[in-house]
Design a protein around this ligand. Sequence first.
Ligand code: JFZ
Length: 455
Amino acid sequence: MIFPSLISLRQANNRKGFLSAIVLVFLSTLSQAQSSVDPASIKDKMQWFADAKLGIFIHEGIYAVNGIDESWSFHNKKITYADYMKQLQGFTLKKYDPEYWADLIKESGAKYAVITTKHHDGVTMYDSQVDNLNIVKSTPARRDMIKPLFAALRERNIKCGAYFSLIDWSNSNYPGFLKDSSRYNVHDDYDRWNKFRAFFQSQIKEINQKFKPDLWWFDGDWEHSAEEWEAAKVRDIILTGNKNAIINGRLQGYGDYETPEQNFPVSRPAFNWWELCMTANNNWGYHPDDTNWKTPYQVITIFTDAVSNGGNLLLDIGPRADGSISDEDVYLLKELGAWNKRNGEAVFNTIAGIPQGHFYGPTTLSKDSTVLYLFLQGNISGSVTLKGLQNKIKDITVLGTGTHLSYNIVGKISWSKVPGLVYINVPKGVQDKYVTALKVSLDGPVKLYNGKGGL
Ligand code: JFZ
């Protein structure tokens, strides 16, 4: 098991914590020797992911035809299985333009994208050789979506992720089907289960060979145990073909990072690598009746909060069945991209910020920790406060405008080791439209005082 033992170094905010974190990371490196095909250094393998900060998730499938819940709509009996599958006839990809998709993803500032290769409905979005239930053989689209998208993304230096559902409610050898009926029980018919295992594992091999995903985003592991999925073997299959592939945490303990979903963790997750996946409205797939769109401001505040806590944001879009993307998704990605152009320095290639309590808002640090970035939510002007900063400040500027800001040190007693409070003066007119980033350049790596005050 990998991530339970990985305690973030950055989480350690005092020396004792720092030392014990080193010991833990050292121990976890030892316990990671679970697979001969893992690369020598998981940390090196994970570096692009740690630096990426923003990914775009794409849920594209036949569910976009009617604009209904991806797979769950038939599982939960909102529609019959037969009617759900009729959507195959309407899946055209007539306007699918992978170059445009990749341009849009690039414009958003994202460094990786993850697309559904197969959702729980079992329909593959490429030409699977082991099943006809795929968009090449069974829909008018008659084309593979994955290969041209990965090619367009890679041309733009964007990493490519494959979402793959372990659950396959369409396969006749898969036990689960509707919410209140299943085909059989694994324990009663292991031969049948073995057939399913051979099937899904051959699809994983196919995807690995055809598309060489940089990242695997498994889903649905909750329906069976690690032993039942043969999770260790699945990890080996992937890494044997592609030793640097990153695997998300939904593989019953055999992944590389955690995936909190929708809900933002309030305290910093105790994992070295994590990613918040989040919908742009309330649904993963295209859902025209769902108008509950998050605003750019909301997405950016959530994004900076995730990055501040050492995580990534994987923001989901749900394209239509003809391959076009809704105006609302486009607007969000473009606004996010424009914000990243103005403020990206505070996000990309940074590390998690200072512990909560020193500043009332998200923060990040340059990799050498000599620059502290502060994010101001809303149209704040007046002054903002930094507590317990022991460094000397060399300069404070507003990203995007380059304006230099003045500050006052308040309450510093000459003979006391307690640093004063830093009041940064933020005048009107320098604010970003959404979230303002201040760049605080320090005289050395950030040093914080987190005692009780007093002497
Ligand atoms: C899963 C899928 O079922 C869903 O359709 C979508 O693809 C999403 C990204 O992943 O949904 C989940 C997975 C996990 C939880 C809830 C929904 N969970 O842990 O609460």
